[in-house]
Design a protein. Structure first.
Length: 186
């Protein structure tokens, strides 16, 4: 079933929506979760939480054409929250590595005003990503949204690891410059 059909089931409050969501996106959601934390039981719990949160969020949200992105965001937050709650040490190393890379070009919110500014920052990052060629956007998203390793990004993009590393470095530098022009203090 396509996204529009599944969303229509949610809007009609038809319980088949959850079954269809699981059949259509369950595998991809589990893979996303397993990239973040290598605990299948936790990922399964987070997947179920994702379906519940989607049920509660649709309506008012109506993700007609971006259902997987909507679900993926919920899943990421559920796994990251579970990881923080359980203090997942092994996975913390990967998250720390990726966070350190992004801290070079994105300021971190340290207070309430910073958190509010985070919404605008997200819009600025999205605007910057829209200026990039598709291959670079994909590399960035695979690395920092899906938490793929550089090797997996290279495989996905049919490129060498060194090309991916240098492209990601240039993208981060470009993002840093873009955000400074937008008035962000880095």
């Amino acid at each position: 079933m396509d996204d529009r059909g599944i969303v229509a089931l949610y809007l009609a409050r038809d319980q088949r929506a959850v079954t269809e969501t699981k059949e259509t996106y369950g595998r991809r959601l589990r893979l996303l979760g397993l990239r973040l934390i290598e605990d299948e039981q936790t990922v399964e719990e987070c997947e179920n939480d994702t379906y519940l949160q989607a049920w509660n969020a649709i309506p008012p949200h109506q993700p007609w054409d971006y259902l997987f992105a909507f679900l993926g965001r919920i899943m990421r937050h559920a796994v990251l929250n579970a990881c923080a709650a359980r203090r997942c040490r092994k996975r913390a190393a990967v998250l720390t590595e990726l966070t350190a890379e992004m801290e070079q070009c994105i300021p971190s919110p340290s207070d309430t005003a910073g958190e509010v500014d985070g919404i605008l920052l997200g819009e600025a990052v999205s605007a910057y990503l829209r200026t990039l060629p598709e291959e670079q956007r994909i590399m960035f998203l695979r690395r920092y949204w899906y938490f793929d390793s550089v090797r997996d990004v290279a495989r996905y993009c049919a490129a060498s690891e060194s090309k991916v590393k240098s492209a990601l470095h240039r993208i981060r530098e470009g993002l840093r410059t873009y955000l400074m022009k937008e008035g962000y203090q880095l």
